[in-house]
Design a protein around this ligand. Structure first.
Ligand SMILES: *Cc1c(COP(=O)(O)O)cnc(C)c1O
Length: 352
């Protein structure tokens, strides 16, 4: 079976552009964006700045580049950032913070993956020649590896107040910020107000084919242009893809609630499946991390069996699976997937 005929829950990046999004792309007005002449890119950047309550925003090819630029704006060689040990910027960006900027990370292992001020208090290095310079705190919302949990706004406010008191910058990896917005009812600009820079992905839950943005002060975004160029992210007639992001912001935000409801259906199925459990706590948004009890086999074995039942999930560790709901998973597909998951481990228990 080709992946196209399966219910693909490996990631929320697997979505296809909708027919109306494709039409908008075909008709997009474009220009050379490195010259600042692509009206569609400029429209998207101003839309994102407005959404996030920032002076300016910059369109970039990927969420990774948006985060790397955000970090490069605040820190350089001999500097340190503080983040959760399971943060995307630390784990899944190919060591970019060290490669590009010579920055190291001080990682924290909070129970459940969400950092509070108490985790941070003793993490700033003394101002002394022996130490790195602690420059910034990076948070992730929603937090992918913490089962897509929403970092509560009160804890974000407490952290940013503390960071400001200590002269630290704040960067938000908001790849799934709109999932946090829909799940919490807290507007995007209220989250963004607590950060100097915010990244947001259009190719995840929002369902655009390509692109992310970073937002911040006008001054920071001027510097961000140079970093984007240095990373090879200056794009030309990029309005063709930027319009997909504009379309997604217009049409795909409220519907994220459906993805969250579908993820709940998957979560319930996991509770019914012998040998499967929720790996990092309750599901709050569209990401479902699943622990596979070695008694029933490996994650790979369960994933292979699910594939035979028509459902694709990711095996992201020897005993860890991830299922992600998105725009291209309808309610009936979510029901089918939940049904398959609830019976996938039947008869799999290993006997010695
Ligand atoms: C996917 C993701 C990103 C960015 O990934 P790209 O594939 O580079 O767009 C950043 N942060 C988190 C939490 C993500 O899940």
């Amino acid at each position: 079976m080709s992946t196209r005929s399966l219910i693909d829950l490996r990631s929320d990046t697997v979505t296809q552009p909708t027919p109306s999004m494709r039409r908008a792309m075909a008709e997009a007005e474009v220009g050379d964006d490195v010259y600042g002449e692509d009206p569609t890119v400029l429209a998207l950047e101003s839309r994102v700045a407005d959404l996030l309550g920032k002076e300016a925003a910059l369109f970039v090819p990927s969420g990774t580049m948006a985060n790397q630029i955000g970090i490069g704006l605040h820190a350089g060689p001999g500097d340190e950032l503080i983040c959760d040990a399971r943060a995307h910027v630390y784990v899944w960006e190919a060591g970019g913070i060290a490669r590009h900027w010579g920055v190291q990370a001080r990682t924290i292992n909070p129970h459940g993956g969400l950092i509070t001020v108490d985790h941070l208090r003793d993490k700033i290095q003394p101002d002394n020649e022996h130490y790195v310079r602690t420059r910034l705190v990076c948070l992730e919302n929603t937090h992918n590896r913490a089962s897509g949990r929403v970092q509560p706004i009160d804890s974000v406010r407490a952290i940013s107040g503390w960071a400001r008191e200590h002269g630290l910058a704040m960067h938000l990896d908001g790849a799934r910020l709109m999932n946090a917005v829909v799940a919490s009812g807290v507007p995007a600009r209220d989250w963004a107000a607590e950060f100097d820079t915010v990244s947001i992905c259009f190719s995840k839950g929002l369902g655009a084919p390509v692109g992310s943005a970073i937002a911040g002060s006008a001054d920071l975004m001027r510097q961000a242009h140079r970093l984007r160029k240095a990373l090879g992210g200056g794009m030309r007639q990029a309005g063709i893809i930027a319009v997909g992001a504009l379309h997604a912001l217009e049409h795909h935000v409220d519907r994220i609630a459906e993805d969250h409801a579908h993820a709940q259906m998957i979560a319930q199925a996991i509770e019914q499946a012998p040998g499967l459990s929720l790996e990092s706590g309750p599901v709050e948004t569209n990401l479902v991390w699943i622990a596979v009890d070695p008694e029933v086999g490996t994650a790979r074995e369960v994933a292979d069996r699910l594939r035979e039942l028509g459902v694709l999930v990711s095996a992201l560790g020897p005993q860890i699976l991830r299922a992600v709901t998105h725009l291209d998973c309808s309610r009936s597909q979510a029901e089918q997937a939940a049904e398959a998951i609830s019976r996938v481990t039947a008869g799999m228990v290993r006997t010695a």
